[in-house]
Design a protein. Structure first.
Length: 155
């Protein structure tokens, strides 16, 4: 792999991450999405597939290692959001009259509002992931060819 191929891999991973975050935000706002667009598990999102797959060629690079913790924290936060949006509905005990008069829709909106409160934390972790991906990209651009060849051999 050439240096620019590696840079393109990192940039594609960053785009996948940014898209996932925008889908998570859209889901919180009630836009219909497929579950596979916003997987809860950190290894199932497109970024996670890259990170735990071909991205492992960067395993020894400190800038790469620094990405895992905020990525895991991002997904833990999203798990809380997901539970707010979808975990309570079956547990709610809402009477027929409450359903009839819209009490159930208020409860859903309450859950959505609780999920929205977690958005700043989700964004914070996302910003850290993006920043560290940019650090990784800079590191790759500055790497000597011998080190790049070693990394490419791991791919």
């Amino acid at each position: 792999m050439q240096k620019m191929d590696l840079v393109h891999e990192i940039r594609a991973a960053k785009r996948a991450h940014v898209n996932w975050v925008s889908h998570a935000h859209a889901l919180i706002e009630g836009l219909p999405l497929e579950q596979n667009q916003v997987p809860v598990n950190a290894t199932e999102c497109k970024f996670g597939v890259w990170y735990y797959g071909i991205g492992q060629m960067f395993f020894d690079v400190p800038e790469f290692k620094a990405i895992e913790e905020p990525h895991m924290a991002l997904h833990a936060t999203y798990m809380k959001i997901f539970q707010q949006l979808f975990g309570h509905h079956e547990e709610e005990k809402v009477s027929f009259l409450q359903k009839f008069f819209g009490r159930k829709s208020e409860a859903k909106e309450d859950h959505r509002e609780e999920a929205r409160k977690l958005l700043p934390l989700l964004k914070k972790y996302s910003d850290v992931v993006v920043h560290r991906l940019e650090d990784l990209e800079k590191r790759v651009v500055e790497m000597p060819d011998e080190e790049l060849e070693r990394l490419a051999a791991l791919a």
